[in-house]
Design a protein around this ligand. Structure first.
Ligand SMILES: [Zn+2]
Length: 459
């Protein structure tokens, strides 16, 4: 599942660098995640917010689609470009303005109610921000499609935004925290296990709010938004914002005695860390609990598929499946965080493979140890954590043959099958664990590597 960064164009105080009460700049994008404990009224309310978000998003995508179709049809009739139905503006601001006019009954296309009034009759029951953030998301999705089509965007091609389906899309919505400096955040903890949100009021959370509470009190965190999602039968909220920089001592690599490190993600172990001299610095074991949970997940999935639809057994099996799913997800997230923190804090420089390159042949080795979705997440975490701790992050070129190269003499094998767990060099006689060999090569990686670089290649 891809997590969209929650960045809004319409933000408060974006141009000024925010400061904590003691003058530390707030430059560290940070997210606090909580699981909500809601009663059925609150659940209904959150669901209606998510429904409004979906409605607003689909409305925006729909009107752009209709506009594009209209113009395309007119073109086929031979209408001159100047006489075509004008193209809609896709800017976030124009989307927000249209949405407000449409739901408030001031747009020619606003819905008409039975009593003759115009606009969404129930609009006041939902925070206006839900409609606005949905509009921002729709504009962003369209912008992604446009830049992807014109090839100005890296990564996988992005399709034209799809409508959100009531049954297939995960219920989500977002509220922004708009407040000026020196005032209290509208999103704030009100107790050890409760958080207040704009318009929704106080909601109970399962995790402690102490850290968030303290950081807000000292001005060391500024809230931008709260993103809600309903997944596996529970509501989750991510509170995003910027936090104060770490103390300078934590942001420098001086005094860090560990050298440049190459990291290879493997099968037997989650990751192997080595230096350019061929020393293994660390082997990070995969978590047994994760493997165990994954095995249980498979079983629960099989059991679920054997139940009849609409049966009590299916409901029970689904509940069990959901529970194990959540555990696997949580364990996987914990493992990744541990690994990336260890790397970013421990070394002066960290080199990893380019896992994200679009169209890259999937690295099957890793598929079992870490899920495919974790590729991007690992990279994302390393990026921000390395910047937190002042560590250099080097992403090896996607053509760099870290596995096929002999870390002893530099010979590159033309072929190395995935089943070969040991690298044995026919030129210098080096015999080394495959993952260790790859990690050493990554540690040796020079950022100016060229694909055309002369290598001795042996078959
Ligand atoms: Zn060799």
């Amino acid at each position: 599942m891809r997590v969209m960064p929650l960045v809004d164009e319409v933000r408060v105080d974006t141009d000024a660098v925010l400061m904590s009460h003691t003058g530390v700049p707030l430059t560290r994008p940070t997210t606090f995640r909580f699981t909500l404990d809601v009663n059925s009224d609150q659940h209904q309310k959150l669901m209606s917010y998510a429904g409004s978000f979906r409605l607003a998003y689909n409305h925006q995508i729909g009107r752009v689609k209709a506009n594009l179709a209209q113009r395309a049809a007119e073109k086929t009739y031979g209408i001159a470009d100047a006489d075509l139905t004008p193209a809609l503006s896709w800017s976030k601001v124009s989307f927000i303005n249209h949405m407000n006019a449409w739901k408030n009954g001031q747009d020619p296309t606003s819905p008409v109610n039975d009593d003759g009034t115009r606009g969404l009759s129930w609009r006041a029951e939902v925070s206006a921000d839900v409609f606005e953030t949905a509009s921002v998301n729709a504009a962003q999705a369209l912008a992604n499609w446009k830049t992807s089509k014109t090839a100005t965007r890296a990564g996988k091609p992005v399709g034209f935004p799809r409508f959100k389906s009531k049954h297939k899309s995960i219920p989500v919505f977002r509220l922004r925290a708009k407040y000026s400096e020196g005032t209290t955040s509208p999103v704030r903890p009100t107790g050890p296990k409760s958080i207040r949100f704009p318009k929704l009021g106080e909601l109970t959370v399962r995790q402690g709010t102490k850290q968030l509470r303290r950081m807000l009190a000292k001005g060391r965190f500024r809230v931008y938004a709260a993103a809600f999602r309903y997944e596996h039968g529970r509501w989750l909220v991510s509170i995003t914002g910027v936090a104060a920089q770490f103390h300078p001592q934590r942001r420098t690599t001086t005094g860090r005695h560990r050298p440049r490190a190459g990291v290879d993600l493997g099968v037997k172990t989650l990751a192997v860390v080595a230096d350019e001299h061929g020393r293994v610095l660390d082997t990070i074991e995969g978590v047994k609990a994760l493997q165990h949970a994954q095995a249980r997940l498979k079983l629960a999935g099989q059991r679920y598929s054997r139940t009849k639809s609409n049966s009590t057994g299916r409901v029970k099996a689904a509940r069990r499946l959901g529970k194990i799913h959540r555990r696997v997800k949580a364990l996987r997230a914990a493992v990744l965080h541990q690994l990336t923190t260890q790397l970013a804090q421990g070394y002066t420089s960290v080199t990893v493979e380019d896992l994200n390159a679009a169209g890259m042949v999937r690295n099957r080795r890793l598929a079992r140890a870490v899920s495919d979705a974790a590729f991007g997440e690992l990279r994302r975490q390393l990026e921000y954590k390395c910047s937190w701790y002042g560590t250099d992050l080097v992403i090896a070129d996607r053509w760099y043959p870290s596995s096929k190269t002999c870390s002893g003499c530099g010979t590159v094998k033309a072929d190395l099958s995935l089943s070969e767990r040991t690298y044995s060099c026919t030129v210098c006689g080096l015999v080394l664990d495959r993952d260790v060999n790859a990690a050493i090569n990554l540690a040796k990686y020079a950022p100016n590597f060229k694909k055309s670089q002369p290598h001795l290649v042996v078959a």
